[in-house]
Design a protein around this ligand. Structure first.
Ligand code: CA
Length: 423
């Protein structure tokens, strides 16, 4: 369906890209990196390298793209994202041209190819955005059903509102951190069924496998984003691990919802994959029953075919063991519906805000995106390749979330990974 030349599977780059890399020339995800001792710079992942956009801009090769030079030296992508979709497309088209195998400007500038590529292993990848706001949804039908069955075994697993609106809450943007940031086990109020509350470190530290979208400057106070065309305001997609303390959460959450059990850390991946790169992997989203209200009704419901997985490594098992695999395409509520709903009361969305999907889970064992589901709230521990068992995360454990589209005969559009070790 797409006539976008930047996603043409026949495109080749002058960069040497390993077979199966997450970052072929059709991907071109944006991030922010820093050389040792250096300052932040905007870059694009290509194979095992970062293409240094600040350096390329200094060489005059981005002069015709309507991006302020300062954006390439910013500590986040926010100012670039604020420039809007036509500029996002302009820069992507230009970067694709510069990385294409026959690019005369790169070939004609001695040493420029080498200078503009930095091995990914030699740089620090920062959080790509500084979100002003972070919203977390609960949009996987299976996840909501799984948790409903655990917590209300005798009742209807879904609460009455679930199929009528994308349930969500306002998260904490100050603790959205880069992949690799150590996660300190949070302390809080804990309460067993027949005991008074006590104070201590969480005993039920969990992961949540999620996918987040990053917004452009979508609307002003008092305006809402119409459902059809809402994706015009979405810059791209990142991997998210939304760490959760289940015991703190269980005691605090009624009646106002998640608070300290969720706000201590949310890890995001280093690379924002644009919707343009994901276009070849858009699929029909599941039909909704009952029909939703008009402001959430879409002319075309589109999900994304992203293969997701969670792996765990432990101090005794440094080689990560995959504990869950699931596909993102089954999400009941689409990104467009989430954005239309979040702004339906006139709340403004800013450039660089983060909207996470909620835990992505499938129906079968081995497709759940959280330990609370995988271990049935800690009652059935999982066994890792090392023979170790886990109900929830222990100190020194590392959780790794990965995701990619395509592969096989299609260029693989990967997200890299988001990892965090419990300190
Ligand atoms: Ca979450």
């Amino acid at each position: 369906m797409s006539n976008d030349p930047t996603t043409d599977p026949r495109l080749r780059s002058w960069v040497d890209i390993a077979e199966g890399s997450d970052f072929p020339i059709q991907n071109l995800p944006y991030g922010v990196f820093r050389r040792p001792g250096g300052t932040p710079r905007m870059g694009v992942a290509i194979g095992g390298f970062v293409f240094d956009l600040a350096g390329v801009a200094e060489a005059g090769l981005l002069d015709h793209v309507a991006v302020e030079q300062s954006a390439f030296h910013s500590s986040s992508l926010n100012s670039f994202i604020a420039s809007g979709r036509s500029v996002w497309r302009q820069l992507r088209a230009r970067v694709s041209e510069l990385l294409e195998i026959s690019c005369p400007e790169i070939k004609g500038a001695p040493g420029l190819a080498d200078r503009s590529l930095v091995p990914m292993s030699e740089v620090e990848l920062l959080a790509p955005i500084e979100p002003g706001d972070y919203v977390d949804f609960y949009s996987s039908l299976q996840h909501a059903t799984n948790l409903g069955r655990l917590f209300r075994p005798d009742g209807e697993p879904l609460l009455p509102n679930w199929r009528h609106l994308p349930v969500g809450y306002h998260g904490r943007s100050s603790s959205v951190v880069a992949s690799g940031t150590p996660i300190k086990r949070p302390t809080g109020q804990l309460k067993g069924p027949d005991e008074p509350p006590r104070w201590g470190p969480t005993e039920r530290l969990d992961i949540e496998l999620e996918v987040g979208f990053i917004t452009g400057r979508a609307n002003s106070l008092g305006e809402s984003v119409p459902i059809n065309g809402a994706e015009e305001h979405i810059f791209g997609v990142v991997l998210v691990n939304d760490w959760s303390a289940r015991d703190i959460q269980a005691w605090e959450y009624q009646p106002l919802g998640p608070f300290l059990g969720k706000s201590f850390a949310t890890s995001i991946g280093p690379w924002v994959v644009t919707l343009d790169a994901l276009e070849p992997f858009r699929v029909a989203a599941p039909a909704q029953d009952p029909v939703v209200l008009e402001y959430l009704r879409e002319e075309q419901r589109r999900g994304i075919d992203i293969h997701l997985e969670v792996a765990l490594a432990t101090p005794d098992m440094p080689k990560a063991h995959v504990i869950s695999r699931v596909n993102f395409s089954e999400m009941y509520w689409t990104m467009a519906q989430q954005l239309a709903h979040a702004t339906s009361n006139g709340t403004p969305v800013r450039a660089g805000d983060l909207y996470a999907s909620g835990t992505v889970s499938g129906a079968e064992a081995g497709t759940f995106g959280s330990l609370i589901e995988l271990t049935r709230n800690g009652s059935e521990p999982i066994t890792l390749a090392s023979g170790e068992q886990r109900r929830f995360l222990e100190d020194g454990d590392t959780a790794i979330v990965r995701g990619f589209c395509g592969g096989g005969d299609r260029p693989r559009i990967g997200f890299g990974e988001v990892r965090g070790t419990v300190a």
